[in-house]
Design a protein around this ligand. Sequence first.
Ligand code: NDP
Length: 292
Amino acid sequence: MGELCVRSVLVTGANRGIGLGFVQHFLRMPKPPQWIFATCRDPKGQRAQELQNLASKHPNLVIIALEVTDPASIKAAAAKVGEHLGGSGLNLLINNAGMVKPTMLENETLEAMTEIYTTNTIGPLLMGQAFLPLLKKAAQGSPGSGLSCSKAAIANISSIGGSITFPFGWEMVHAVSYRCSKVLSHLCFPCPVPVWVPLLSPFLSHHRLLPVSPQAALNMLTKCQSLGYREHGILCVTFHPGWVQTDLGAAAGQTPPLTVDESVQGMLKVLSSISEKDTGTFLDWEGKVIPW
Ligand code: NDP
């Protein structure tokens, strides 16, 4: 399996966690992208310190302000990226920014549901729309007829989980808004174990997953994007990054098993190998297909 080779990539939520991990991995590649657009809400603030340090050493890293719930911010970011790229397009858009509120069902609110749905689901939709012209340009400028990530692609970082039938972890955290924003796909296990999203990963290799109705939010959005953008030469895929050691991963108060490096390395390996046949699929960080 070869190294992922892209001329330009944009990562949302790049100031910490998995997003920062993607940026670090791209910078360390033997053939790094010519342009790495690392977006975050406050590029000059303390929370972007690590990105700022990296940008001072790597001229191919450009930090761009982006709030994924704000259409004006997304539009401004797309315009800035377009200016940097000159006449060429954007090869890879990684919609990574996301949030969770580890609330219990009884404490879930209209505000929390709305905020999380807007961030985790509507954000990636708006990003796809705003960056479509640049992605199309990248696809048009690449030789060959098939789809690939080095040509033009959208990778949505989602999550897996069952909700109603799998109460494992339910005692720990309900996170209803998070589940609804990403993970309404119902996964059927031989035993009725309710699972909180990241906790599902250890079970994947031991239990048979049965495909059921695709009523996902971000997952379904990816499917729609794959159908709508295929004719423009853009591959669309959604990832479960595993249960990863980040602020979000530790939100339920337990230490996740996977490091950011392991998760990102795995996803980059998968991104380097996927093609036309994989568009619209839901994969984990090891490339295993997760039934919708
Ligand atoms: P972190 O909490 O470490 O980082 C989240 C990132 O998203 C931060 O950069 C944050 O920026 C950014 N972000 C949040 N809201 C917005 C917004 N409205 N606009 C722009 N940026 C925003 O989380 P992870 O790195 O763990 O998560 C990355 C992705 O992976 C998420 O989509 C998450 O759902 C998914 N995932 C993670 C799992 C895990 O175990 N870690 C498991 C399954 C899925 P800021 O610093 O400004 O808050």
